[in-house]
Design a protein around this ligand. Structure first.
Ligand code: CA
Length: 227
């Protein structure tokens, strides 16, 4: 069974683009172009994930989010999309019950990675990628477990999410900021060293499982990639 995503965005081009991104990854999509239309659709069907734009005519995204959270049966992850940026907005939205926040312009990979992360956290699976493999690593997304050279790694939730992102797109270079934002949602990266610490823990755990090759490479001045 594939997951259904509600895409609520009044700008047709962006709505269609999001629908294509999700469909290409195996999701079913239902598109709504206003808050009131979204509300009507949700009376009929409960999605697995809601992708909600804030700037909507009529019923705003904020108002819709508040309604979604007030009705318990709509206990689905909500990803908010907006051109607004700035820390205050992010914090407010996360407090209002959004699961994550994506600013325009966005990259298809980021949209999918965040949607899948939100689905995993809510106990749903994205359905498309249950097992990821890279060389001696194997990640089981349903069991949230990883083995290296056949040995199970004991990972923290954040280490797991970091490795999941890297394993989803081997070879892609992730900046520390982007890893931080995707794993520690909505947080501000600033000057902290969190990502480095988690990467070095991951490297150590993989090494301790008996895999000597360094899979997580440092890309000087940028961040990390799996290769
Ligand atoms: Ca809009």
């Amino acid at each position: 069974m594939s997951c259904t995503v509600f895409i609520i965005e009044d700008e047709t081009d962006i709505n269609d683009l999001l629908a294509r991104i999700f469909r290409s990854a195996g999701f079913e999509t239902v598109q709504a172009f206003s808050g009131t239309e979204a509300r009507l659709l949700m009376e009929r069907r409960t999605p697995d994930l809601i992708f909600l734009d804030l700037m909507l005519p009529g019923l705003t995204g904020e108002a819709l989010l508040r309604e979604i959270r007030e009705k318990k049966r709509w206990d689905v992850p909500v990803l908010v999309l907006s051109a607004k940026s700035g820390l205050t907005d992010k914090v407010t939205l996360l407090r209002m019950g959004a699961d994550d926040y994506i600013t325009k312009p966005f990259e298809p990979e980021e949209v999918l990675a965040r949607a899948e992360a939100a689905l995993r956290r809510s106990g749903r699976t994205a359905g498309t990628e249950k097992t990821l493999r890279f060389k001696e690593l194997e990640l089981d997304a349903q069991a949230r477990s990883v083995t290296a050279g056949g040995r199970e790694l004991s990972l923290t939730a954040h280490e797991y999410e970091l490795l999941y992102l890297l394993m989803r797109t081997p070879g892609k270079v992730y900046s520390r900021e982007s890893l931080y934002e995707q794993v520690w949602q909505g947080g501000y990266y600033g000057e902290n060293n969190t990502v480095n610490v988690h990467v070095s823990n991951l490297r150590r755990k993989i090494r301790e499982a008996g895999v000597e090759e360094e899979y997580i490479r440092t890309v000087y001045g940028i961040g990390f990639k799996l290769c």
